[in-house]
Design a protein around this ligand. Structure first.
Ligand code: ADP
Length: 488
């Protein structure tokens, strides 16, 4: 390992069956700091055969006494220990995360707290995976329903929340009694390996959590989908890859949980408290440089408050501090990689060509670094623009003026995506009407940041299937078994 200035938590080895696998006999790939371009580590580029070994290890661990014989309380205690260790190492994990993802250090610390809250939550849920005894229709029978772990689950996670997307899945899987193979994003493997190291220290048995670092996402993803030993796939990432995985899971009738892209509407009604709406807009849009799947993507603002909202938002956007996320006052870091940078700048150019109005930003900030893009506001966005029809995943606010509630709701729902939606209104009747009519899985009413371990996260339409977090987060990792006790 060539890591400098980092803690002992930095692992540059993949983890299969409790063995830390170094790169001596393998190809490696570089992990880069997107703020500076600096290489911060090299990790093994695991092959399909390696991934198969990880599946075998997870299966063996699932069937072993060390795991299967545990009670829910034992598993809960292990998760609590893991939670305690992540808490203890919060600062180091946050620094690793900022270095490999570019997210501002304060947000990285926030993600450690948020991501770790799922470990704690599922430690608590582990003991409440109740079955049922249902009153039988026949006198000599008992209808018993129990929940059992599905077996090995493969978890494929993205770079935008390098910790939380792993804990939200692995916490639930382990609570249910499953074992896992994690394939973290190739952009952010170090955070994944650091928390896996802590899981090992927490006493979670070998093979229960395996981490496959790789650039061979496509063939390894296909293996996960097609291997009969993998009973479920949980994926967070792009809609395009999600659809591919869903198709590949069809043959094996595999359990799938998909958390895919959104195209979140953010509606500001005339009845809104505009100051609160501006606060919510800033939080929802600029967290992680706009690179979250619940980021507001299309802002619909009603005529009566339009000028006020746009003026205030513009002031706030112009005041944002941009730079390397390791500086504690920075609010906007770089985009994750060149591909995302090109996508964001291409979308803004497309809007410019389609006669939208760019009132702030609209350009790269190469004086700061190659992957920095200026926080941008675009108004008069035509519905044909890419920033309207697709998720921009960058620091770009797209604003559309509307006349009445029906028009706002119709436009908000005018997409095949349906993850989060937000609106600001102080009118009670309107709040209920609109909350019920938005075609999304999650609604923020007078609130721009809504994720929490207690709440079910997930989408409708092409934004996904399944829910993560909350008591429902366990469902994807258990099978329901009905036992008919007859001739009593
Ligand atoms: P993002 O836009 O968030 O990078 P991706 O869907 O490309 O979205 O990436 C999310 C995760 O999916 C990453 O871990 C990535 O390596 C993985 N991935 C990318 N392509 C595939 C694929 N064909 N099969 C399985 N996983 C994939």
């Amino acid at each position: 390992s060539r890591m400098r200035g980092f803690s002992a938590l930095v692992q540059t080895k993949a983890l299969v069956n409790g063995n830390w696998i170094d790169s001596s006999s393998r190809q490696t790939f570089e992990v880069k700091n997107p703020a500076t371009g600096e290489v911060i580590g090299n990790v093994p580029d695991m092959t399909v055969e390696d991934a198969q070994q990880a599946i075998d290890a997870a299966k063996q661990a699932y069937e072993s006494k060390e795991w299967r014989a545990l009670t829910a309380k034992d598993r809960s205690n292990m998760l609590k220990k893991w939670h305690g260790l992540i808490e203890k190492h919060a600062q180091e994990i946050a620094e690793i995360m900022t270095a490999e993802s570019g997210k501002p250090i304060n947000e990285a610390k926030g993600e450690v707290v948020y991501g770790n809250a799922f470990v704690e939550w599922f430690a608590e849920e582990a003991r409440r995976i109740y079955g049922e005894i249902v009153p039988s229709g026949q006198p000599n029978r008992e209808v018993i329903v129990m929940k059992q772990p599905i077996g090995v689950a493969a978890l494929i996670t993205p770079w935008n929340f390098p910790l939380a997307m792993i804990t939200r899945k692995a916490g639930a899987a382990l609570a249910a009694g499953c074992t896992v193979v994690v394939k973290p994003s190739e952009d952010t493997p170090l955070t994944a390996l650091a928390v896996a190291k802590l899981a090992e220290q927490a006493g979670i048995p070998k093979g229960v959590i395996n981490v496959v670092t790789t650039k061979k996402a496509a063939p390894i993803g296909e293996l996960f989908c097609k291997s009969p030993d993998v009973r479920g796939i949980s994926f967070t990432g792009s809609t395009q890859v999600g659809k591919l995985l869903f198709r590949n899971c069809a043959d094996g009738i595999k359990r799938v949980c998909l958390e895919l892209g959104g195209n979140a509407p953010f509606i500001v009604f005339d009845s809104a408290n505009v100051d609160k709406a501006v606060d919510g807009a800033m939080a929802s849009k600029f967290r992680n440089c706009g690179q979250t799947c619940v980021s507001a993507n299309r802002f619909f603002v009603q005529e009566g408050v339009y000028d006020k909202f746009v003026t205030k938002l513009k002031e706030r956007v112009e005041a944002l501090k941009i730079g390397d996320g390791k500086c504690s006052d920075v609010q906007i870091g770089p985009l994750i990689n060149k591909m995302q940078y090109d996508k964001v700048s291409g979308f803004v150019e497309d809007a410019r060509n389609k006669k939208a109005n760019i009132i702030v930003g609209g350009k790269g900030l190469q004086e700061v670094g190659d992957l920095f893009y200026a926080p941008t506001i675009v108004t008069d966005v035509p519905t044909s623009a890419h920033i309207y029809t697709e998720e921009v995943f960058g620091p770009v606010v797209s604003i559309i003026k509307f006349k009445d509630e029906a028009e706002a709701v119709q436009k908000a729902n005018d997409t095949q995506r349906g993850l989060a939606g937000y609106f600001y209104s102080e009118n009670l009747q309107q709040v209920f009407r609109v909350a019920k009519r938005l075609e999304v899985g999650m609604v923020g009413v007078n609130e721009g940041i809504i994720s929490a371990p207690e709440a079910p996260f997930g989408g409708v339409k092409e934004s996904g299937v399944g829910r993560e977090g909350s008591s429902h987060g366990i469902d994807d990792y258990v099978d329901i078994k009905y036992i008919c006790m007859g001739n009593l």
